[in-house]
Design a protein around this ligand. Structure first.
Ligand code: DON
Length: 317
């Protein structure tokens, strides 16, 4: 079935979005705010906000769309793209695989179980740590600067920066990520030192944004690497294709299959309760709802996307 014309969709969204957000907000009660990074536990569990952006930059905002949060795992999509731009596909896929794991996002199970000990994909923690080490730069500081520069460009927001409190909180408590990184080092996946690569990884996870930043970043992916507002290509099409494919197969972790069935859009979640998704060729969407389900995805955010996808027949299938 062809997509409904833009004007009609936009009008319906304007009329109904607040009511849909209110319905989905009740699902925040089913989740819990992440606490394994202590600083994230300060977020209120009943928050739900959304921004939808069309290709002219018009936005529809609803709920707590001004709430600020850190990118967390959503950053992995854009660090992957930058690593691809810096190194090309062959190098990147010598360090990470292309398959979903079916395990939790911070699992180390398959690193030991299955040869050759490279992470299954770039969106699990182990894979994203391997990817961080591929970002070009003479030092971790330079790598972080390059990441910030790239993310600011995609979001068209020069003020994006690292939330130092979240960075420190994450760095101080990242025992699991540290063990993953040492495992990778031992398996010969990391050229960089463990502490250096983790600094780069925690920094990109701790970049602070709001729903509008997410929607703008998503819009560039929705348009295959072109910012339709500035009419400028920011990412080669092939690398967006790779990123969106991973989002589809692994972006919601071990709930990616369920999300594909119920929503049917490429998406990436983060433990801050954020979700970046898009309607290909049309809209960028940013959502935040810090209460998470067991798999680390926003309960209310996933619910809201279910409503929107059904209402507008957005599933790609
Ligand atoms: O490394 C971590 O655990 C966090 N910085 C990111 C994890 C995350 O967002 C998983 N998402 N659902």
């Amino acid at each position: 079935m062809p997509l409904q014309p833009h004007d009609e969709t936009w009008k319906t969204l304007h009329t109904h979005i607040d009511e849909w957000v209110a319905v989905s907000k009740t699902h925040t009660l089913e989740g819990h705010v992440a606490s394994y990074i202590p600083e994230l536990a300060n977020a209120s569990g009943d928050i739900l906000g959304i921004c939808l952006m069309d290709s002219e930059g018009q936005t529809i905002l609803s709920g707590d769309s001004n709430f600020r949060f850190t990118l967390q795992s959503i950053s992995k999509v854009f660090s992957l793209i930058l690593a691809l731009m810096d190194n090309g596909e062959d190098v990147v896929f010598s360090k990470v695989g292309m398959e979903p794991t079916g395990d939790d996002f911070n699992s180390m199970l398959k690193l030991e179980l299955i040869e050759p000990g490279i992470p299954f994909n770039p969106l699990i923690n182990a894979g994203a740590i391997a990817i961080s080490s591929l970002i070009a730069g003479q030092s971790p500081d330079e790598q972080i600067e390059r990441i910030l520069h790239f993310f600011r460009d995609i979001a068209n927001n020069p003020s994006l920066s690292v939330n130092q409190n979240v960075f420190k909180s994450e760095s101080d408590t990242a025992h699991r990520n540290r063990s993953l990184a040492y495992f990778l080092k031992d398996n010969g996946v990391l050229d960089q030192e463990v502490d250096d690569v983790l600094r780069v990884y925690f920094s990109h996870c701790s970049i602070e944004v709001d729903c509008t930043d997410l929607a703008r970043m998503a819009l560039v992916l929705a348009h295959n690497g072109v910012d339709p507002i500035r009419k400028q290509r920011l990412i080669p099409r092939r690398f967006v294709q790779i990123a969106k494919t991973f989002m589809f197969t692994c972006g919601m972790y071990n709930a990616s299959g369920e999300f594909a069935l119920n929503v049917g859009l490429p998406a990436k979640s983060g433990v801050s309760g954020s979700i970046l998704t898009m309607v290909p060729g049309q809209y960028g969407i940013g959502i935040v709802g810090p209460a998470l389900n067991r798999k680390g995805n926003s309960t209310a955010g996933v619910h809201l996307l279910g409503i929107l996808s059904q209402e507008f027949d957005w599933s790609m299938f």
